[in-house]
Write a protein that binds this ligand. Structure first.
Ligand SMILES: [Mg+2]
Length: 123
């Protein structure tokens, strides 16, 4: 399963990578902003995306809206410090499948990924 990590913080991406490796995911690609992510996405659609909200050049919510214009199915988990209900609702409206607030534990990220993939499988 190819997972794309989109976050402007290298440290966060490294944490995500370590967590994902611990739970058996090694096919990972990284993008530091929405522009880079969209370029990679247009070359190859991943099986899952973890997307940060606040990034330079193109933020996560804009990226998700752009992706959803052409692709309604790729599973997207928003992974952000934005924890307000209004933000979460905005992200859901934009088409995210799940939402996780940073900082997250290994267990919570694993759970969100399993939840997300199970829902897709059931759809
Ligand atoms: Mg950020």
């Amino acid at each position: 399963m190819k997972i794309m990590l989109v976050d402007d913080s290298r440290t966060i991406r490294n944490i995500q990578k370590n967590v994902l490796k611990q739970i058996g995911h090694t096919d990972l690609i990284e993008a530091e902003d929405g522009v880079v992510a969209l370029g990679l996405f247009q070359k190859e659609v991943p099986d899952l995306m973890l997307v940060d909200w606040n990034m330079p050049n193109m933020d996560g919510i804009t990226l998700i809206r752009k992706i959803r214009e052409t692709n309604k199915t790729v599973p997207i988990i928003m992974c952000t410090t934005e924890a307000e209900k209004s933000r979460i609702l905005e992200a859901i409206k934009a088409g995210v499948n799940n939402y996780i607030v940073k900082p997250f534990s290994v267990e919570s990220l694993q759970e969100k990924i399993e939840q997300t993939m199970a829902k897709i499988g059931a759809a």
